[in-house]
Write a protein of this length. Structure first.
Length: 132
């Protein structure tokens, strides 16, 4: 959790980043780029564990790196954007070409925007503040 971003959900591996799309600090911007992605690996990636030596030790790990395309797992979580000074907003999921895929229904709670990341069906999102 940071001053402007919190993520809640089951424990999992992932990365979430929030950056302004304007050359302004986060609190002065009106558009933000949100990236949320879980585990990413080539579709035929595999880790093969050798025989156990002891109760907790393995004799080694052999990785089959595989080939692309890469598969991205979604995060089963919600992202909360805080203290951005936005009461009215729209959130859009983006395609890999960064065009609008669809709008995501998000909610305002106090001074926060709560975004259900699973609803995006994308790792890329744009949050736009609207004039009141």
């Amino acid at each position: 959790e940071t001053r402007f971003l919190a993520v809640r959900g089951k424990p999992q591996f992932g990365v979430v980043a929030l950056v302004p799309l304007e050359r302004k600090p986060l609190t002065e911007a009106k558009r933000w780029f949100l990236v949320a992605v879980g585990r990413v690996a080539n579709k035929d990636y595999d880790a093969v564990y050798n025989e156990p030596i002891g109760v907790y030790r393995l004799s080694g790990v052999r990785l089959k790196i595989g080939q692309g395309p890469a598969v991205c797992e979604p995060l089963k979580a919600t992202a909360t954007l805080k203290n951005l000074g936005v009461k009215n907003f729209r959130v859009f999921a983006l395609t890999p070409q960064l065009t609008v895929k669809h709008e995501i229904r998000a909610t305002v709670t106090g001074n926060s925007i709560v975004i259900p990341l699973e609803k995006a069906q994308s790792v890329w999102m744009v949050v736009e503040g609207k004039e009141q």
